[in-house]
Design a protein around this ligand. Structure first.
Ligand SMILES: [Fe+2]
Length: 159
């Protein structure tokens, strides 16, 4: 699906006279894929559950901007990507839970410690709770994470 998405986005760039590589873009997802390549549990925790889930937060805003410009074709592409990415986060949640069970680890506590260790965050700016719930996050876990991140922020201020 990621390859399919790339092809769709490249098609949109091409139709506007550009190509992949013409614009600067960050490589956070790719960097994290390298960093987590040695452990599927770590990969599931930090790539789908943090970074791909972040895509669910930002895509509706990007789509609204594109719609304002009247670019219906790009909106259609963003809709496909958004729909599929909910599935990617859901797959990440499934395998994260599975690997935690297999290793006898408590998933919520482990996730909190990984978030802190890798200096990552979920609750900054708009958080798409509805899409995260569809992707398998429980309201309970999301509430716990929000409280945890607030306490991390307070700890940093106190230092
Ligand atoms: Fe994805």
């Amino acid at each position: 699906e990621e390859v399919f998405h790339f092809g769709l986005m490249r098609g949109r760039l091409n139709s506007l006279g550009y190509d992949y590589g013409d614009f600067e873009a960050h490589g956070h997802l790719w960097d994290m894929a390298y960093k987590t390549a040695y452990d599927p549990l770590l990969r599931m925790a930090l790539v789908p559950r943090v970074l791909e889930a972040r895509g669910l937060d930002v895509t509706p805003g990007i789509r609204a901007k594109v719609a304002q410009r009247g670019d219906v074709e790009t909106c259609d592409v963003l809709d496909i990507i958004y729909r599929d990415e909910v599935g990617h986060v859901a797959i990440g949640n499934h395998w994260y839970q599975h690997l935690c069970r297999e290793r006898g680890l408590e998933p919520v506590a482990l996730f909190r410690s990984l978030i802190a260790h890798y200096d990552m965050f979920i609750f900054r700016g708009y958080v798409n709770i509805e899409a995260r719930e569809r992707a398998g996050f429980s309201r309970f876990e999301l509430d716990m994470l929000e409280d945890f991140e607030k306490s991390l922020k307070q700890d940093k201020k106190a230092v």
